[in-house]
Design a protein. Structure first.
Length: 250
């Protein structure tokens, strides 16, 4: 089964509104002809509406880096999926390791957010991945399995079409250390089997699993050549037009 590659840029807490808009105007010109892969940029919530406007009628979609589990209420400082949907956003990244580390995102919370994202008609990228000490203790599969089970609690077969999984080993994020393509593929294939066990063989064949962790123009080709790697979630290298363009074009 062929799965359409999805390349997403996670801008984290970088770029002002003007910088974001200038960036996507340049990017759009460089990627106009690309139709065989899904392209996504994930700016800050502040820049989202302006970036959506700048990318209207293009082949580049917009994602956000988080969204709340409720759609409105007394949640100071938060933003909800229906607000983002209304602004023209397509995807929400959930459970990024930086949010798990600094913003109390637990599997339980990610699960609640995921349900609300899907209810609101948006798609989600759900991030999972082990820390260095977990890998060194041989716990990678156990950690990833716990995260997938927790995040997907109560998610039905019909919801899977709106979900992409991102395998992001925490030790490879922003460190310059990439998992080798084989190391990454091993975990991707484990996650795919897990989805097969939880749902069915067709679901496991269909779901897209991105790799994230120091993806660069120099390593994207080898990563994408692996059987179970269907795209990339890119941090640092997505902040420059040239490097992100090269990654999208792998
Ligand atoms: C990320 O932020 O999801 C990420 C993978 O960052 P980097 O590419 O910088 O490692």
């Amino acid at each position: 089964m062929s799965r359409k590659p999805i390349i997403a840029g996670n801008w984290k807490m970088y770029k002002t509104v003007k910088e974001s808009v200038d960036f996507v105007k340049q990017l759009e010109g460089k990627l106009k002809d690309v139709t065989d892969r899904e392209i996504l940029v994930c700016p800050t919530a502040l820049a989202a509406a302006s970036v959506v406007d700048a990318l209207r009628f293009t082949n580049i979609q917009v994602g956000l880096q988080d969204a709340h589990w409720e759609n409105e209420g007394a949640y100071t400082g938060n933003i909800s999926p229906i607000m983002l949907k209304d602004a023209g956003v397509h995807y929400i990244i959930l459970g990024h390791s930086e949010r798990r580390q600094y913003d109390n995102d637990t599997d339980h919370r990610i699960n609640a957010k995921l349900k609300n994202v899907l209810r609101s008609g948006l798609k989600a990228i759900v991030c999972v991945g082990e820390t260095l000490s977990e890998r060194e203790k041989g716990q990678t599969e156990k950690v990833v399995e716990t995260q997938v089970n927790g995040c997907f609690e109560g998610i039905g077969l019909g919801d899977l079409a709106g979900i992409v999984i991102a395998y992001e080993p925490v030790w490879a994020i922003g460190t310059g250390k990439t998992a080798t393509p084989e190391q990454a593929n091993e975990v991707h294939s484990f996650i795919r089997k897990l989805i097969g066990k939880k749902y069915n063989a067709e679901a496991s064949e269909k779901i897209r699993i991105q790799y994230g962790g120091s993806v660069k123009p120099e390593n994207i080709k080898q990563l994408m050549a692996q059987l179970d790697i269907d795209g990339a979630l890119v941090g640092g290298a997505s902040l420059k037009v040239d490097s992100f363009t090269a990654i999208v074009r792998f």
